[in-house]
Design a protein around this ligand. Structure first.
Ligand code: SAH
Ligand code: SF4
Ligand code: F3S
Length: 471
């Protein structure tokens, strides 16, 4: 695994800061006001984090943010390619910008992210959406100031889908959306090539950040008052694989847990095949690490799991859950499920249903299989029609609803320390998250947000509700 040196990082960062400064001056001349940017993120937490990095670059260029494309001088869509529906939404929304751009010729339209990392998408945008000014993929997001500079100084449209697999570029600022919860990517890319998934093609090979860079970032966050740190990676528990420093994910968790301060650590997403006993021990031992593991199983049929290239069987997955529960009695699990993978039959689906009943996930993220270009699953026979798959999907949702209901009811009467994340679902209520993954609404005001409270769970009516018993 090669990596570029610190000097190169500084050069890249320095160059982009210089471009940002020049853009700022040019925009000052162009507009007699503070320019406004509308940034919309379509994808997962990794994408949200990428947007936070790009927003910081926009701030360096003098931008403030607005909430609609209509108000904006610059529109940036950070796209997702994981399912067809995500891509359709982007094309629809980009189409709607045509009129705006016609009325406001100087408006800049920028597309980036996973979807635009694909050459086929770049070609389509190039041909059919001539009003898009700048397009780049996931690898070049830090070059935003340079691209904007080139475009506004009379350059041609910029289409750059080249990749940058060898390194994680450090040293750029972040404009975080939240004041108390922070995303911290600890790696990028994915090596797993699950046969349905486009992520490895659009995010490149797995590469981990240096532990000292991660610790430095988290220390800074804690000193700024952040109370919840979520470590991100497509396969977060394979952190450090192949690196010289010998710090794997379990060790990294212990290092972060050792930092001073009252804060919580979460992480996602873990792959079952890399969920080691050492990792479970670290989750058990580290008091700041939340007892929640998002552990996508995808399917309960061994035949389909093999076709998906997931590297575990249903029994192995269940064994892992059993070991985890023995070690960490209060641990909560959540998962992702794909229904209707090519060749899946109702018998396979029943295996999934049986698995989710046996595990008792707190909640599930469920998806109907979506065919993605260039992935092996796109070439597999897919004889079951959409209607049938939808029926299975609904059956799965109903089953999970019952499971979630039982777990929520079993929480009534318990006392938990919650981190107040946001306003609640009813006026006058605040939503706090337990050490696990449950959200509890209780009477409070906005000054509670960003604090820990101890609440007693008193009821469940679609939403868990509770009362503060200790500040
Ligand atoms: N790296 C993570 C997340 C990947 S994307 C992981 O491995 O879990 C999030 C979820 O989207 C996946 O877990 C999977 O359930 C779903 N997904 C990915 N590709 C899909 C596809 N082609 N069709 C339907 N769902 C998909
Ligand atoms: Fe996709 Fe599999 Fe990688 Fe997750 S682990 S990003 S599902 S290839
Ligand atoms: Fe989508 Fe890319 Fe995330 S494809 S789910 S934004 S890694």
């Amino acid at each position: 695994m090669s990596s570029i040196s610190d000097i190169d990082f500084k050069d890249i960062v320095g160059q982009q800061y210089a471009f940002a400064e020049r853009v700022k001056q040019l925009l000052k001349q162009r507009y007699n006001k503070t320019p406004l940017a509308f940034v919309h993120t379509y994808g997962c937490q990794q994408n949200v984090s990428d947007s936070e990095h790009m927003k910081a670059l926009l701030v360096l260029m003098g931008f403030k943010f607005c909430n609609t494309a209509e108000q904006a001088d610059l529109v940036l869509y950070n796209t997702c390619a994981v399912r067809e529906h995500a891509e359709d939404r982007v094309f629809g929304n980009v189409g709607a910008l045509k009129k705006l751009k016609k009325a406001k010729r100087e408006m800049l339209i920028i597309l980036c992210g996973c979807m635009t990392q694909q050459q086929s998408v770049a070609d389509k945008i190039k041909k059919s959406y001539p009003y898009v000014d700048i397009l780049f993929g996931t690898h070049k997001r830090y070059r935003l100031p340079e691209y904007i500079y080139k475009r506004i100084t009379g350059g041609r449209r910029i289409i750059d889908t080249s990749s940058n697999d060898q390194s994680v570029v450090e040293g750029f600022p972040v404009e975080r959306d939240k004041k108390f919860s922070a995303w911290v990517p600890i790696m990028q890319g994915c090596n797993n090539f699950c046969t349905y998934c486009i992520v490895p093609y659009v995010r490149g090979r797995e590469i981990s950040r240096q532990p000292e860079e991660i610790l430095k970032e988290i220390k800074e966050l804690i000193s700024q008052g952040y109370k919840e740190i979520t470590l991100l990676g497509q396969n977060v528990n394979s952190y450090g694989k192949g690196a010289q420093h010998g710090i794997d994910f379990a060790k990294l968790l212990r290092l972060i847990n050792g930092l001073e301060g009252d804060f919580r650590i979460r992480f996602m997403t873990s792959h079952p095949k890399d969920c080691t006993v050492q990792l479970l021990d670290a989750v058990r031992d580290c008091e700041k690490v939340c007892k929640h593991i998002h552990l996508p199983v995808q399917c309960g049929s061994d035949r389909i799991l093999k076709l998906m290239n997931r590297h575990y069987t249903k029994e192995e997955y269940l064994k892992l859950i059993r070991i985890a529960r023995e070690k960490i009695p209060d641990v909560e699990f959540t998962s992702d499920i794909i229904v209707g993978f090519p060749g899946e039959q109702y018998e396979d689906f029943l295996q999934t249903k049986q698995l989710i009943e046996e595990v008792g996930f707190y909640s599930l993220f469920t998806f109907i299989f979506s065919k993605r270009d260039k992935t092996p699953a796109a070439d597999m026979d897919d004889p079951v029609d959409k209607k049938e798959k939808s029926k299975w999907f609904t059956e799965l949702l109903r089953t999970q609803e019952q499971i979630s209901l039982k777990i929520n009811q079993s929480l009534i009467g318990k006392t938990c320390r919650v981190f107040c994340e946001d306003v609640g679902r009813k006026a006058g209520y605040i939503a706090g998250r337990t050490n696990g993954y449950a959200v509890v609404d209780f009477i409070g005001d906005e000054s509670d947000i960003g604090r820990f409270k101890t609440v007693k769970i008193t009821g469940f009516d679609g939403v868990l509700t509770g009362e503060i018993i200790k500040d």
